[in-house]
Design a protein around this ligand. Structure first.
Ligand SMILES: Nc1ncnc2c1ncn2[C@@H]1O[C@H](COP(=O)(O)OP(=O)(O)OP(=O)(O)O)[C@@H](O)[C@H]1O
Length: 337
């Protein structure tokens, strides 16, 4: 698979502040890559190196085989037609109509009027706003404004779409619609999407891969299902916890502590691997398996979840059960103290 964007040891300093420190990872062409981190982690700075709005102090970024830092102004303008961007607060011009806003990147590049008309209609159709072409942004809801922003980004037929917190100002239902639209754009048009966010549910919903930034450093990255099932760094665990809760309810914690629930195991499962686990355990071993707690999250391509089981029965049977569970594909087993 070819690479659309490559970060190679990228650092960015502003005086004494280190916004990025030696960040390296690749974004495969046609994939959706999520970058998550707390406020000030360096997400925006990283995203802005992709279209040349920021230049690394050290290291380099390669975008569609070009290094934005070495391009001329004309080269940068060309790159920005292939790499477009959407923003948290939409960045629309209030005095222009929806169609004029969407046309803006083509107007700036001197595209013929007829071509512009067709492209604007195509882009507005894609975001289901064809009937709002003559409206002004103030006449639209936040979700509609973001769709105008998306249409404006698509009008140049880009290969890469950079998304800077595109749903942070929206309610959950509108967020969901915008994320569906981004997935559709990625699937139908094959556009590579790089999205920065502090919302892990956004990553769960649309990303193939995720990078976690903390204080300018890349602390973890990889396929979304692996990171959600086995987060390593404490910050990644905290992010994952917001989508797949790990903490037991207080009443259950007490039961576990008092030993009333038997041997308590937490299973992390992906792709429905735990679907028949209770039945299988009770059929094969002389144990009772009680389901104490479960949580589940749909990801873009699979699901990840946890189940907490209380196993009771003869010690040897419980041991055999634990061994069997540990051998099952797609399951990770942890005995709770
Ligand atoms: N132009 C600048 N001048 C000085 N410091 C800057 C500049 N741009 C960013 N920074 C600093 O770099 C660090 C990273 O900022 P950045 O905006 O990339 O983080 P972020 O993860 O996008 O944060 P947020 O989620 O709050 O937008 C912060 O400490 C910020 O104050």
């Amino acid at each position: 698979m070819s690479t659309a964007v490559s970060f190679d040891n990228v650092s960015r300093r502003y005086g004494d502040i280190t916004a990025l420190a030696g960040v390296s990872f690749n974004v495969a062409s046609g994939s959706v890559y999520g970058v998550v981190g707390t406020s000030g982690a360096g997400k925006s700075t990283l995203l802005r190196t992709v279209n040349g709005l920021e230049t690394p102090s050290e290291g380099s970024v390669t975008v569609l085989d070009q290094d934005p830092a070495t391009l001329s102004q004309a080269g940068l303008r060309g790159l920005r037609r292939e790499v477009s961007m959407i923003f948290q607060h939409y960045n629309l011009l209030g005095s222009k109509t929806v169609a004029e806003n969407v046309a803006m990147p083509l107007m700036l590049s001197g595209t013929p009027k007829d071509t512009i008309r067709g492209r604007v209609a195509e882009a507005l159709e894609r975001v289901s706003l064809a009937d709002r072409a003559t409206h002004k942004p103030r006449q639209l809801s936040g979700g509609q404004r973001q769709r105008v922003g998306i249409a404006r980004a698509l009008v140049t037929r880009p290969k890469v779409l950079l998304c800077d917190e595109p749903t942070s100002a929206l309610d959950p239902i509108t967020t969901s619609q915008i994320l569906d639209l981004l997935v559709q754009i990625n699937e139908d048009l094959g556009i590579t999407v790089v999205i920065i966010t502090h919302q892990m549910d956004v990553i769960a919903r649309i990303a193939d891969n995720v990078a976690v930034l903390e204080d300018g450093e890349l602390i973890e990255n990889g396929p979304v299902d692996e990171i959600f099932a086995h987060p390593q760094a404490p910050l990644t665990r905290r992010f994952v916890e917001t989508v797949v809760p790990q903490r037991l309810p207080d009443s259950l914690s007490e039961e576990v502590r008092d030993g009333k629930a038997g041997t308590v195991v937490r299973l992390v499962h992906t792709g429905g691997a735990a679907r028949t686990v209770l039945r299988d355990v009770e059929k094969q071993f002389d144990v009772q398996a009680a389901l104490l707690h479960a949580s589940d999250a749909p990801l873009r391509h699979t699901t990840v979840g946890t189940m907490v089981l209380g196993l009771t029965g003869p010690g040897a049977a419980v041991s055999h059960t634990l061994e069997w569970l540990a051998e099952q594909p797609g399951l990770t087993v942890e005995v709770l103290p």
